[in-house]
Design a protein around this ligand. Structure first.
Ligand SMILES: Cc1ncc(COP(=O)(O)O)c(C=O)c1O
Length: 401
């Protein structure tokens, strides 16, 4: 039985919404992007949302706006996708990597130890869609001795008066976080494999404290996504509306309506789609909790609930080679599983920068024993059972009974 890892959810309503955009005569940034921003704003309960063409470009924009010098440090987990650290480099700063905790997410204690007078931001990552402990991180950056260390240089840094927290929630649209405090900026990915997709895309949610005005920031960020051109294509296309100015060094990272249409049709039925994802998680939990070799991922604890994006199964006591063999066995059944993530210090580019995996033992141990199982609404019970059976049999073949 062929089981792909994460095909997009394309039903009649998605096709209808995209067709509607094509028939409308307007395919780039316009009403569909605005409607998607409003849907995300409602779901996330944030003040303002700016849709862009990827998580990566949204993060680069936010960090450029924060203003980084070459020796300014941004703390990121070693256990993440490359984009988290690459965004820091593209914005002109220096990524500082720290280890994760047993729940896969960045360790708050490791963050504390990594803070220096050069730290300007922290980018925690919600691994597989399970929220980080944001209250702990926000309280940390507000501690008087941490604030004393802080040396703001740019106008934005002076205005916030402490280390900024920009969360990498690439996986976690639809997750729940009931903690008292939330990050300053939240960025979601709407890439093709995500719970809600626009093929490629990202959503930057502005949640900055006073004296920032998030509505004004929305307008500033929107401008930044459009080359800092004072008129977007929509208003420029009106009769006589041709003249514009360029008021800054913007980027060209806007989302197009044709892309937004896909996500719009999906997010309008997100309750149903999330219920289906939860069903698959529950089946995996029921099945694997019978085996003492299986370590289940965090799902719902301490006022936090995953977005049910990736089921990150870990297998006790196996080596990296055994994990790879298990994946090979599963692949023989035509079931596609994955690994999240290859820790950055194991990748050539970051290794060559001097990052050493020995400094990130928890990330390495989690990575060695991790297998991500497929989760998507189209996966019916028969397919879910086939995935479970394939993994259990592969474990027995590679490790024994
Ligand atoms: C944790 C994490 N951060 C950032 C990204 C980058 O997202 P995008 O492809 O939308 O730039 C991804 C992509 O999968 C990711 O997994």
């Amino acid at each position: 039985m062929k089981i792909p890892f994460s095909p997009p959810y394309i039903d009649g309503s998605v096709i209808q919404e995209v067709t509607d955009t094509l028939n409308s005569g307007w395919i780039t940034t316009g009403p569909k992007v605005k409607a998607l921003e409003e849907e995300i704003q409602k779901l996330v309960e944030t003040e303002c949302v700016v849709c862009v063409n990827s998580w990566t470009s949204g993060a680069i924009m936010a960090l450029r706006w924060l203003g980084l010098n070459a020796d300014d440090e941004v703390i990121v987990p070693a256990y993440t996708y490359c984009a988290t650290a690459l965004a820091v480099l593209w914005a002109g700063g220096k990524p500082v990597m720290v280890d994760s905790g047993a729940d896969f997410n960045i360790s708050v204690e490791a963050v504390r130890k990594a803070i220096t007078s050069k730290t300007k931001a922290i980018i925690p990552v919600d691994f597989a869609g399970y929220p980080c402990d944001y209250s702990a991180l926000m309280n940390l950056v507000d501690e008087p001795q941490i604030k004393d260390l802080y040396k703001p240089e740019s106008e934005v840094q002076k205005k916030i008066g402490r280390i900024m927290v920009i969360s990498d929630e690439a996986h976690s649209l639809g997750a729940n976080y009931n903690g008292a405090r939330r990050p300053d900026i939240i960025i979601y990915s709407l890439h093709a494999v995500k719970n809600i997709t626009t093929a490629e895309g990202g959503a930057v949610c502005l949640n900055l404290p006073k004296p920032f005005n998030n509505n004004q920031l929305y307008a500033d960020f929107r401008l930044l996504t459009l080359n800092c051109q004072t008129k977007d294509a929509f208003s420029k296309s009106t009769a006589g509306g041709w003249r514009y100015d360029i008021v800054g060094q913007g980027m060209k990272i806007n989302m197009a309506d044709i892309n937004a249409a896909i996500g719009l049709a999906q997010i309008r039925q997100y309750d149903k789609l999330l219920t289906e994802r939860r069903r698959i998680f529950e089946s995996y939990i029921r099945a694997f909790s019978k085996y003492d070799w299986a370590v289940l991922p965090p799902v719902k604890t301490d006022g936090r609930e995953t977005s049910y994006h990736i089921f990150a199964l870990r297998i006790k006591g196996i080596t990296e080679q055994q994990r790879d063999k298990i994946i090979e066995e599963v692949a023989k059944k035509e079931v596609v599983v994955n690994v999240h993530f290859i820790p950055l210090p194991l990748l050539s580019f970051f290794k060559n920068m001097g990052f050493d995996i020995n400094n990130y033992p928890q990330a390495y141990n989690s990575y060695c024993s991790e297998i991500s199982l497929p989760v998507y609404p189209q996966l019916d019970d028969e397919k879910v059972n086939f995935v479970i059976k394939s993994v259990v049999e592969a474990y027995k073949t590679v490790v024994g009974e």
